[in-house]
Each structure stands twice: as structure tokens, then as C-alpha cells.
Design a protein. Structure first.
Length: 547
């Protein structure tokens, strides 16, 4: 592993040390330690944030274990925000990577450096808390207006712009919710049906059987139903609802007198905005509820009763069908409706004491056969049949190798196309940078029209940023290509060892082996088709019949 040297300098300033000076000083430090170095440079980027190409590349290299230490000229080369600096150093600590700021004697590889990190972390936490408090205060002020802050309106409502005069007599604009009668009828039916059945699964099943759709025309799922049932926006704001909010330790931004038994409420700060986490709710003590401009449509007593039933049922929620015996669980898909096949168990056999298991279409199961009529298939039968068919295929390795070679050739074509696109974009960026440098030189020489040149530099910089965004998007394609390359190699190895592993391994190893080779298996009334990885673009693989 190597030590990383990172340098940053804003383009349009003559202040501060140049990139070369920063790098040379850092190199001297690394040489004293006997470290090999790799250099990352960002010129033309401010320290206002950490969204910089070389910095992001360094992060990627740290994550994959290429870097042992990171050397900076000064802390502000990372960012001018303390939070960014501390969070970056904490990331390094988690990876076991050292951090050195050569001009400030900040070195986390020493006890003193680690102590300084703890002090910095304390101040960063204080800044976080102060920022959170300011955000919360602003949220409360917004909540008091009862305005809709944007996003997709909940089922039953649409958002409309309204104008109003503020305290200074100035005309302002805001958004409020207005009812959509047809959708509100649907919301009412969801609440009524849930109070009748007291089960999300049963309500989902009822809607599937009766072909009741969401406002977007798709089938209802349990999570969609639950989201509607738990959204305070539908509740009528009255005394009972006010008392419920106080009891649940939810902050109320509107005065008690606003709970008039007519309007609905809006709930702010309810969802946690964490990357990669969906439908994550904050603790109720962080919610902020205010009376809105819209009418409530569900009586408060009815809404509260629904919450009580959901809370009682949450520990008894049924689990998705799974099995430690079903080899093909997660691989089977219904050819008729596109739903996954799930595992269901039958009665125990008298002789062996084992319970037979079956694969059945999820949509058929949920709708009691009203929405799909694909046949149920006995699990051990299709598991064994698929293994035998794949075994036959692996015995004829020439066929499978040909498919893999074709798939690898396609992947190579994708790689070449990606590289060509990225190289072209980088060439365009270089041309823009050359133009910017020329304009900067003209300004330095005392041109008669610096205002025009600065305007043109700004336009070019925007073009550059747009091109860099295109490269970022293409990098996602690079990940896909590399992943596909790895998958194809895994398929090769798995096929080579398939006969030995499938005959001698336990069920978990067999499952892993099948998932390395099989992309998806389609089931249709006694017929199945197995698509292998690398062959999904040309409908091929193996097929069979249990008829």
C-alpha cells in the first residue's frame, strides 16, 4: 500500500501555496518516513464541499485498501467545514488509515494526534447539534403556516399554489393540499376495510381479488396500504387528536384552538433522510405536526383505532415464505404474471415425518387464484429436475463456453464503448480548461473587458461541471461492466466444479452454486425454462417439463 498525497487549490486566486509547493512539502514528509506515494490533485475547486474528482477517487482507493496513510499540506485542503474534516478522518480511522497534516503537526498515527482528533470531533458534534436545532426551529416556523413543502401529494390530495400577504404586506406564494374526491373515496375504503379485517395481508388480498388499484394504476401492496393507514394527513384535527399527539410525545406547532374538527394535519420531519435507507421513520419525539389548510377525511377516533391495531399486530406480521430445503427459492418466476414463486408447505408425510413443500405464484396465492392460475409445483420435483438439466449442460462444456465467450465479447464491447465516451468527455473538459486559463491570463494582463471574460469563464465552468457529471454517470456503467465481468468469471468456475459440488455439498452450498450459475427460472403450467448468467440477452439456457 502507498501513502496518498492530496492537494487542492482554487483556480481563481493568487493567494496560498501552489499545488506544486503543497505536493513537494508532503513528499518530503513521506520520504522521511520511507513511504511510497500516490498523488491526487484538485485544482480549481473550492473548499466549500468535498465533491471533487481527485478527492472522490482517493476515497475509492482508500475503501478498497490501496492507501495506508493520507498526507495533506493543511487541514483546510480537505474542506473549510469542520464537520467534513472530522467525518473524513473518522472514515480513515474505520479503515485503519493514518492522517497527517504536515504544517499543523496533526498526525493520527501518534497519541497526541489522536487526542487532537477527539477535540475536533467534540466541536464537530457541537456544530451538528446547533445545525440540527436551527433546522428544527425553521421547520416549526414552516409548520405553523400549514403549508405543503412539496413532493408527491398523498393519495386523496393534489397540491395547488396559493398567494397571501405576509406581515410586511408583501405578496408571497405557498402550496397547500386540496382534495381529490375519487382518491379520497379510495382512502376511506382502505380505512374501513382495515377496521373490518384488522390485517394488512387480508386487505391486500381483498384488493387483489377485486382488482382495486392505487392512484397510479398498480396493485396495492401491504407497505402501500400501511403508508396510507399511518399517515396523519388524513386525520381530522380535533380535541381527541390533539390529546393523542401530546400523549405520543409529538411536538405540536399549532395552538390548541386550531384543532377545530374540520381541518386535517401535516406532519413534518417524519422521515429520516439517510442514503440507501427507504421508509425509515424518525422517533415520534422528532415529528412536528401542524393543522393544515386541507380538510381532514378520517375521523380522529377511527384514525387512532387503526394505529392501535397496527401496533398490536406488528409483532405478529407473517414472514415471507422461505425454506432451508428449497434450492430454487428466489430464482423461480411466474411466466404468466411475472410474480416470484414462494414456498408453501403441505402436511407431514406419515412414513418419513417430513413436510412436502411447493412453489406457488405469489399473486395467485394472495388473490386466491383470481388473478393468476399458474400451477403449483412440488418443490423436490422441480429442484431435482433443474439440477439434472444443468448437469447435462455442464457435461457439454463446448456449448456453455461458447455462450460465455459471446457474453464476454459483448462485455468487452461495452468496456470499449465506455472508454471511448469517457475519453471524449475528458478531451472536451481539457479544451474548456485551456480556454479558461487563456481568459484568466487575459484578465491578468489587464484586458479592457474583464467583466465579459469573467462571465465567459463562468459559462465555461458550468459546461465543465455538466461534462464531469456525465463522467460520474458513466462511472456507474463502469461498475456494471466490471460486475458483469466478475459474474461471468464466477459462472465459468462454478460450471467447471458443478458436478463435484452439487453431488457432495450441503444444501446451503448447493443454493450458492445455483445462484452463481442461474439468472432466473420461468415456470409455466408444468414447463420450466432456466436462463443462465451471460445468456439473458439471447433467450437460451435449459428447459424441461414436469407434465
Amino acid at each position: 500500500m502507498k501513502a496518498a498525497i492530496y492537494s487542492r487549490k482554487s483556480l481563481f486566486t493568487g493567494k496560498g501555496e501552489s499545488i506544486d509547493v503543497q505536493i513537494n512539502i508532503c513528499k518530503e514528509y513521506a520520504n522521511q518516513k520511507g513511504w511510497e506515494t500516490v498523488i491526487y490533485e484538485d485544482e480549481g475547486f473550492s473548499g466549500a464541499n468535498i465533491n471533487r474528482p481527485a478527492f472522490e477517487q482517493m476515497i475509492k482507493d482508500i475503501n478498497v485498501g490501496k492507501i495506508s496513510n493520507v498526507i495533506f499540506y493543511k487541514l483546510d485542503r480537505i474542506s473549510r467545514r469542520v464537520i467534513d474534516i472530522v467525518e473524513f478522518i473518522e472514515r480513515l480511522n474505520n479503515k485503519g488509515v493514518g492522517f497527517i497534516s504536515v504544517t499543523e503537526s496533526f498526525d493520527t498515527t501518534t497519541p497526541l494526534g489522536r487526542a487532537m482528533l477527539n477535540i475536533a470531533a467534540t466541536f464537530a458534534q457541537l456544530e451538528r447539534e446547533m445545525l440540527a436545532e436551527r433546522v428544527r426551529d425553521n421547520m416549526i416556523n414552516l409548520a405553523k403556516t400549514g403549508r405543503w413543502l412539496g413532493g408527491i401529494p398523498p393519495t386523496g390530495f393534489k397540491s395547488k399554489e396559493i398567494t397571501f400577504l405576509n406581515e410586511q404586506g408583501k405578496t408571497k406564494r405557498m402550496y397547500a393540499l386540496y382534495e381529490v374526491s375519487k382518491e379520497q373515496e379510495l382512502v376511506n375504503s382502505i380505512y374501513s376495510k382495515y377496521l373490518e379485517m384488522k390485517s394488512l395481508s387480508q386487505v391486500e388480498k381483498f384488493f387483489l381479488i377485486n382488482n382495486v388499484k392505487t392512484k397510479n394504476g398498480v396493485d396495492f401492496q401491504k407497505q402501500t396500504i400501511k403508508t396510507i393507514l399511518t399517515n396523519p394527513v388524513y386525520a381530522v384535527a380535533d380535541e381527541l387528536f390533539y390529546n393523542y399527539l401530546i400523549k405520543e410525545n409529538i411536538q405540536v406547532a399549532s395552538p390548541y384552538s386550531d384543532f377545530d374538527g374540520k381541518h386535517g394535519v401535516l406532519c413534518y420531519n417524519k422521515n429520516a433522510e439517510n442514503k440507501g435507507v427507504s421508509n425509515k421513520l424518525r422517533d415520534k419525539s422528532e415529528w412536528i405536526v401542524a393543522v393544515g389548510k386541507h380538510k381532514g377525511i378520517i375521523e380522529s377516533c377511527k384514525w387512532i383505532e387503526v394505529q392501535n391495531i397496527i401496533n398490536k399486530n406488528k409483532d405478529k406480521a407473517p414472514r415471507a415464505g422461505s425454506s432451508n430445503r428449497a434450492l430454487l427459492s428466489g430464482l423461480l418466476k411466474c411466466s404468466k404474471c411475472g410474480s416470484p414463486l414462494i414456498v408453501r408447505y403441505g402436511q407431514r408425510q406419515k412414513e418419513s415425518g417430513e413436510r412436502l413443500f411447493y412453489y406457488t405464484c405469489l399473486l395467485k396465492n394472495l388473490s386466491s387464484g383470481n388473478r393468476c392460475n399458474n400451477k403449483i409445483v412440488r418443490g423436490d420435483f422441480i429442484d431435482n429436475m433443474v439440477i439434472e438439466k444443468v448437469l447435462e449442460l455442464t457435461l457439454n462444456k463446448e456449448n456453455i463456453i461458447e455462450h460465455l465467450i459471446n457474453a464476454e465479447d459483448e462485455n468487452k464491447g461495452d468496456v470499449k464503448s465506455y472508454e471511448n465516451k469517457v475519453n471524449e468527455l475528458r478531451k472536451q473538459i481539457k479544451d474548456i480548461e485551456d480556454k479558461i486559463f487563456k481568459f484568466v491570463d487575459l484578465i491578468g494582463e489587464g484586458t479592457d473587458n474583464p467583466k465579459y471574460l469573467m462571465q465567459r469563464i463562468g459559462e465555461l465552468d458550468k459546461e465543465k461541471v455538466a461534462l464531469e457529471k456525465q463522467i460520474d454517470e458513466l462511472s456507474k456503467e463502469e461498475v456494471r461492466i466490471e460486475t458483469n465481468k466478475i459474474n461471468l468469471e464466477v459462472v465459468r468456475n462454478s460450471i467447471s466444479n458443478f458436478q463435484q459440488i452439487v453431488r457432495t455439498s450441503d444444501i446451503e452450498k448447493k443454493k450458492a452454486l445455483l445462484r452463481n450459475i442461474i439468472d432466473i427460472i420461468y415456470w409455466n403450467d408444468g414447463e420450466f425454462e432456466v436462463n443462465l448468467f451471460g445468456t439473458n440477452k439471447r433467450k437460451s439456457g435449459v428447459s424441461g417439463s414436469l407434465g
